[in-house]
Unconditional design. Structure first.
Length: 215
């Protein structure tokens, strides 16, 4: 069983480097272009399932993939795959966060688990939520190829679990672009294997203004 983890395409806040968390923004015009490239990438694959978080940016990306694939799929929603709720940081840039919260974003870049974000979901609770949701998704899938559209923090949490990695180190050192694809090989009774991380070749034809961004 192969599972493709897709980070949603771009929103206006991605292009402005604003923290989104669970703020529910739609795709921007650039994001629509990226989603169409994703649809073309998966058009020739015989996908069995497309799963997405309920947030618009993820669901819209999943819908474009489903329409381009031509197998009559409708994206299935898994609420547990939503991005981490980031409380008072949502809508702010890193510079604005540092100005309002005494350099909190700089501290987060050094060690996320050591920073308590006002009104945010605790990091341990977020990771447990993602672990449960992704485990439930895997348990529901049969042999074949499947797409899961989610968010940068969610994909990083899944990879940290599979690799047995320190999430603090992984989230700071792993690049996961808008529209990037990470592939896993999964099988019943055996550990999941990471095949590749953040493939963006399908976005190469886009103009520079629509190239992937990592925020």
């Amino acid at each position: 069983m192969r599972c493709y983890l897709v980070r949603h395409a771009q929103t206006a806040w991605n292009s402005e480097n604003r923290i989104q968390g669970q703020s529910d923004l739609p795709l921007s015009a650039v994001g629509e272009q990226q989603a169409q490239c994703l649809a073309a990438r998966f058009a020739s694959r015989h996908l069995h399932t497309i799963v997405t978080s309920a947030l618009q940016r993820s669901h819209q990306t999943a819908q474009r993939i489903a329409l381009g694939n031509g197998h009559g799929l409708s994206p299935l929603i898994e609420h547990g795959l939503a991005e981490m709720h980031l409380g008072a940081w949502e809508g702010l840039t890193p510079e604005e966060i540092d100005a309002r919260f005494q350099g909190a974003y700089r501290h987060w870049r050094l060690r996320p688990s050591a920073v308590a974000i006002q009104d945010a979901e605790p990091l341990d609770a977020f990771r447990a939520r993602v672990r449960h949701a992704f485990g439930k998704v895997l348990a529901s899938l049969e042999e074949g190829e499947h797409v899961v559209v989610a968010h940068g923090g969610v994909i990083a949490a899944v990879l940290a679990e599979i690799l047995g990695a320190d999430y603090d180190l992984l989230i700071r050192r792993l690049r996961l672009d808008n529209g990037g694809i990470t592939a896993l090989e999964c099988g019943a009774g055996s550990p999941s294997c990471v095949l590749w991380i953040n493939s963006t070749d399908h976005l190469a034809s886009l103009p520079p203004s629509a190239q992937p961004t990592w925020f």
